[in-house]
Design a protein around this ligand. Structure first.
Ligand SMILES: Nc1ncnc2c1ncn2[C@@H]1O[C@H](COP(=O)(O)OP(=O)(O)OP(=O)(O)O)[C@@H](O)[C@H]1O
Length: 254
């Protein structure tokens, strides 16, 4: 499902944190959101998820303005994995992932074998099935991160928003989560600090000072100029002879 932002503006105590953000992510696309610390990536993802209300502009899911939908309807379509998500103690890994099914349960639609199967698959997808009965508070940072992604997958969203989902993960799990996310047939917006990982996305958007300063196919967006201008680094860009992909080598800060 297509997700778009139209002239999105957000401010806290009169300080503008997002300014006039226009963005369209096509159905099924994996869109990488990059930008320096404090550039507005988390703020934008929270607005796109309906957790914060814009001061101006709107978010559209398909053709429907997000603010016209009830929280439960939003949760049936959009899942957000936050950077520092916390979960109450004394809850097992499987129970955390099962929370992803909450928006679909009601008196008329109680927990079913199908829900059970969805949770099992989500645990397998994030490689946490072997820890399904472990208590949440006993997990490492990376394991917690994978469980939270599992919960979002169990939600079977039409749009998946991920805020730096790989920041606690070892390299094997970084690559497997990125591969999994790319293969999902849904719309994904993923904020990333690793710009070489971002190159694998279908499109990239660059945040700088609360504005979306560029968006499009990765090669055209992450240029040596952009790396200097927005990220403050000198970098050389090479073509990998194995697969012709573009690789950045960061030399120094400006
Ligand atoms: N509730 C808030 N009140 C005041 N300032 C805020 C609030 N939320 C975010 N900010 C500020 O807005 C700016 C953007 O923050 P945001 O978390 O969106 O950036 P980010 O691009 O996700 O950063 P990072 O890469 O460090 O995670 C920062 O300067 C931050 O301090």
């Amino acid at each position: 499902m297509q997700l778009s932002a139209e002239q999105l503006t957000w401010a806290v105590h009169g300080t503008p944190l997002l300014v006039d953000v226009n963005l369209t992510v096509a159905s099924g696309q994996t869109f990488g959101l990059v930008g320096p610390n404090g550039s507005g990536k988390t703020s934008l993802l929270r607005l796109l998820a309906g957790l914060n209300k814009p001061k101006a502009g709107q978010v559209l899911i398909g053709n429907q303005p997000l603010h016209t939908l009830k929280q439960r309807a939003i949760a049936q379509s959009i899942a957000l994995v936050e950077q520092q998500a916390e979960t109450t103690d004394r809850i097992t890994v499987r129970e955390v992932v099962a929370l992803g099914r909450t928006p679909f349960l009601s008196a008329l639609q109680p927990w079913s074998d199908q829900n059970e199967a969805i949770v099992t698959q989500a645990l397998l997808d994030v490689d946490m099935q072997h820890m399904a009965n472990r208590l949440w508070h006993t997990l490492s940072g990376g394991e917690r991160q994978r469980v939270h992604i599992g919960r979002a997958l169990a939600q079977q969203p039409k749009v998946l928003l991920l805020d730096e989902p790989t920041n606690h993960l070892d390299i094997r799990h970084q690559l497997s989560i990125l591969k999994l996310v790319k293969q999902l047939p849904i719309t994904v917006i993923i904020s990333l600090h690793d710009l070489n990982h971002a190159m694998e996305c279908d499109h990239i958007g660059v945040m700088d000072g609360g504005r979306l300063v560029d968006a499009g196919p990765p090669k055209g967006v992450l240029t040596a100029f952009r790396l200097r201008q927005t990220f403050g680094v000198y970098a050389d860009i090479f073509t990998d002879p194995v697969d012709n992909s573009q690789v950045m080598r960061f030399r120094s800060a400006l």
